[in-house]
Design a protein around this ligand. Structure first.
Ligand code: FMN
Length: 198
């Protein structure tokens, strides 16, 4: 068993939403490119403001020449477990867009929101394919800009570890205790009818 706690919902939802979670124990198997691209394909179909599609994905497959560079971007604590992922992805978003009929680019307020939708699509497609994902905010964004050659006008959102889940026992002792799906706030704390009332 890798997880003792089983998530349940108060309302009926598709199983995929309850099953997805972010483990740290990955198997160390390299992900094949076709599988990784099926995740990007799912992300590609996410909705975005004006269909601007501001998301861009930069990836490294485990054991490729790019892998050490990507892994080196992560904070030490994240490297400890993400080193066993099958691929690492950096998700950036274009902060401006040219509206239909306009000549000049204007700020795209929703670029991060849109990138978030793409990340969620990627994560759920991974779950659908029996893979697991773990988003990582703890990494060096300035260094990512530098070493990944990201030009101005892009925002670095998040790194994402993708791979096959392994047994909790494969983790260092101190990480094993955290290796289970967590809970969520009740709906009454996050949903209001008519007016802000939290
Ligand atoms: C933007 C973002 C940044 C995150 N950064 C980290 C991180 O640096 N290290 C880590 O172990 N988990 C990180 N996580 C994972 C979250 O802690 C996790 O998604 C959250 O606790 C909900 O758990 P679940 O994904 O298992 O449902 C991050 C998640 C997101 C969406």
């Amino acid at each position: 068993m890798t997880a003792a706690f089983v998530r349940t919902s108060d309302h009926t939802i598709a199983e995929l939403f309850l099953k997805r979670w972010s483990p740290r124990a990955f198997s160390g198997e390299v992900l094949d490119k076709a599988t990784l691209f099926s995740l990007f394909e799912a992300a590609r179909w996410a909705p975005s403001a004006n269909n601007s599609q501001p998301w861009r994905f930069i990836y490294a497959l485990r054991d490729s020449e790019h892998w050490p560079l990507f892994l080196g971007l992560l904070n030490e604590n994240n490297q400890r477990w993400a080193s066993n992922a099958g691929a690492l992805v950096v998700l950036i978003s274009k902060t401006t867009h040219v509206r239909k009929g306009a000549d000049e680019a204007t700020p795209l307020r929703s670029h991060a929101l849109d990138a978030g939708a793409a990340w969620a699509s990627l994560a759920f497609q991974a779950e659908h394919e029996g893979l697991r994902t773990h988003a990582i905010g703890g990494f060096d964004r300035s260094r990512a800009v530098e070493v990944l050659g990201i030009p101005e006008g892009y925002h670095v959102n998040v790194a994402i570890a993708v791979g096959r889940q392994a047994e909790r026992s494969s983790l260092p002792d101190d990480l094993q205790g955290r290796e289970q799906p967590n809970e969520r706030k009740p709906l009454r704390e996050i949903v209001a009818e008519g007016r802000f009332s939290f």
